[in-house]
Design a protein around this ligand. Sequence first.
Ligand code: SF4
Length: 342
Amino acid sequence: MHEVSSREILEKLREMNAKRVLIQTPEGLKREAQSLADFLEENGVDAIISGDINYGACDPADTEAKRLGCDALIHLGHSYMTLHLEVPTIFVPAFAKVDVVPALERNIDEIRKLGGRIALVTTAQHIHQLGRAKAFLEENGFEVLVGRGDSRVSWPGQVLGCNFSAAKTDADGVLFIGAGYFHPVGIAMAVKKPTLAVNPYSGDAIWMDREAERLVRKRWAQIANAMDAERFGVITSTKKGQLRLAEAKRIVRLLREHGKYARLIAMNHINYPALEGFEFDAYVVVACPRVPIDDYENWRKPVLTPREVEILLGLRDEYEFDEILGVEREVDEPLGIALHGG
Ligand code: SF4
């Protein structure tokens, strides 16, 4: 299903004169990671595979690579994110081989319901086909906007679960190409415009607005549950791309100014069982925004995002998704780069 270019990686490593590497992989690319390690060893590079779970480019194992005496880190499955890294890192996004145009063709009548001017977005997996998708839609009479996105994403039109900057245009609605609810429901929550997700594998199209409304209602319920809380644990992450210490400190300050007890907690893998035993009535996660939104059912205490704390304290009226934003991008960049050295 996915393409990982072992030869290209080997060439990069040779250019870098790397003799030992750590390979980091998401769940879905474990086999590819193992084949890559075998291939690299056959070609004279000592390869170690990281067994830790990885969910995003926000969590590179560069510190671990350094500790293991590796000259480089190969981070599979995600595109480059601007971070301060301790060893040279090759980000290898895995491009899906599925053709996206047949699913667009099949759902063209549904896509028309978005309006004539649409924002087109996808994940790194399908970004190499965004140009084809745009051309197809334009041939069918649409005006297609591909937002530049900010520095947290690698390409125009790319979205992450925590960053929808590329979906923010003055279009009538947003067309997302990709599988699953994770990204498109985030778009609908963050952009607040009609959002249609077209799945290139199944060929289905699903409107995300109702699901987003349902999730926002659940978030209001979490805020209501935290109304009587007096003691807050404010959690910041030690993962490089989720570390939002200044924001976490701001939330601690805000809570204290409003008469609450607040204590800063640093965690790597943020999960409720690890917090059992502390005396807090509620938590605020100032890290990956998807932890409180997608995992709250596993928490026995209310768990909020920073924006939700502002609502709780009466500082904000309207619901807003807690995005992690980068800096504004100044120039358009080409689509479909295979490898990124960090
Ligand atoms: S912060 Fe969360 S949503 Fe963003 S890239 Fe990391 S794991 Fe994905």
